[in-house]
Design a protein around this ligand. Structure first.
Ligand SMILES: Cc1cc2nc3c(=O)[nH]c(=O)nc-3n(C[C@H](O)[C@H](O)[C@H](O)COP(=O)(O)O)c2cc1C
Length: 392
């Protein structure tokens, strides 16, 4: 039975709002995963399977949800994951996300493939700004991007390594987002989308222009639509990238360097040997290799190998403050969210995103209290029920 949501309270509520507001092809691009979406579902399910361990009578009147990460004080052990094309989901979406995240006190990680440039995004707010880098074949362009990030005040560089080639997403194929369908199909789809989604069309489709990809625009010739830019990106992301390239990145960037997209304990050990400052355990939100394990299920095995030697973050399936607590219990220093922040921003604007972050904060704080911890430094396996905490 359809329900009328007066005040969205959860990620699922904001997801519904985003679904109503966005043209189908954009919602599917955001919401979907690779192939049969097995890993996408697994990411969420494996968080749900973990059971928290309720504790009582421990004086939880004073609690701190704060933590320190890469030298920055955070309100909550949470960061916003990079999501490409966010500026198509909400008006100047990347700048908006940076504004809200900075105001709330958590880092925002800007994708290479963003509508707003790093310069525009940096100028939109304050607080820790991270930059996600795809290794581009043209190393000159890559070096320039890193230099621009640095000049804009970016504090952490996150190199994404789980996309040497792009995983096929069935929903995007059906919607002619990736391959299939020519320019006529795209034009027709564009016109229908505008007509059926006037709110999005006015505010984002028309009001949010230009829809170029601001970070890479200086290096792309003859591109005017997001589809042109996506085609350039698909052809330009370097599949030959290997461990040896990390040294080159290090020569260009002297700040904290994080590798995003590690799912294997062996790769994590290799990353630590290469001197990275952090690892984001991630399967790209189930958008790359469908069938791999969930990020949360791999986290403890990775933590066993590298804990204490590098910062550990995890994304994929985090949908509540309870999940942030579970991620920390399994060995993460902080969690990250991708789709949830975009659902909130696309569905209900900057106020929606701020409310979603406040909800995460409230859920995390209450869950700390009810598992008997008062400080993020106390969070460990003890907040999980032993039956579920060992090997998710
Ligand atoms: C629409 C979309 C676009 C994404 N674009 C990027 C990107 O440009 N770079 C990147 O490193 N990860 C990208 N990701 C992956 C996210 O950073 C993150 O790993 C993932 O969304 C986490 O899973 P979650 O959505 O379940 O929180 C994208 C994810 C989505 C949903």
């Amino acid at each position: 039975m359809p329900t009328l949501t007066l005040a969205p309270a959860s990620v699922a509520d904001y997801r519904r709002l985003a679904e109503r507001r966005l043209p189908r092809f954009l919602f599917d691009y955001l919401d979907g995963g690779a192939y049969a979406e097995v890993t996408l579902a697994r990411n969420v399910r494996d968080f749900e399977r973990l059971e928290l361990h309720q504790r009582i009578l421990r004086d939880v009147s004073a609690r701190s949800t704060a933590t320190t990460l890469f030298g920055a004080e955070l309100t909550l052990p949470l960061a916003l994951s990079p999501v490409g094309l966010s500026g198509m989901m909400a008006r100047r979406g990347e700048a908006a996300a940076r504004r809200v995240a900075g105001f709330f006190g958590i880092p925002y990680c800007l994708s290479t493939l963003s509508v707003c440039s790093v310069e525009e995004t940096a100028a939109a707010g304050s607080g820790p700004l991270w930059f996600q880098l795809y290794m581009i074949r043209d190393r000159g362009a890559c070096a320039d991007l890193i230099a621009r990030a640095k000049a804009s005040g970016v504090t952490v560089l996150a190199l994404t390594v789980d996309l040497p080639v792009v995983g096929t997403r069935y929903r995007d194929v059906r919607n002619t987002m990736s391959g299939g369908g020519g320019s006529w199909a795209r034009l027709r789809r564009g016109l229908i989308s505008y007509a059926l989604h006037p709110g999005w069309a006015l505010e984002v489709g028309l009001g949010g222009r230009p829809h170029i990809l601001g970070n890479i625009a200086p290096y792309v010739k003859n591109a005017s639509t997001p589809a042109d830019f996506s085609a350039w990106a698909n052809a330009s992301i370097d599949p030959s990238i290997s461990w040896a390239d990390l040294a080159w990145i290090r020569s260009q960037w002297d700040g904290p360097l994080v590798i995003k997209g590690i799912l294997s304990p062996e790769d994590a050990v290799e990353a630590v040997k290469s001197g990275v400052d952090g690892i984001i355990v991630s399967n790209h939100g189930g958008r790359q290799l469908d069938g791999v394990a969930s990020s949360i299920s791999m986290l403890p095995r990775i933590a066993d190998k590298v804990s204490g030697q590098t910062k550990l973050l995890v994304d994929g399936g985090v949908r509540s403050g309870q999940d942030i607590l579970k991620a920390m219990a399994m060995g993460a220093d902080a969690a990250m969210v991708g789709r949830p922040w975009v659902y909130a921003l696309a569905g209900a604007g900057e106020a929606g995103l701020l409310n979603q972050l406040k909800a995460f904060h409230g859920e995390f704080s209450v869950s700390m209290a009810l598992t008997g911890v008062t400080d993020t430094r106390q969070i460990g396996r003890s907040v999980l029920d032993l039956r579920s905490g060992g090997d998710a």
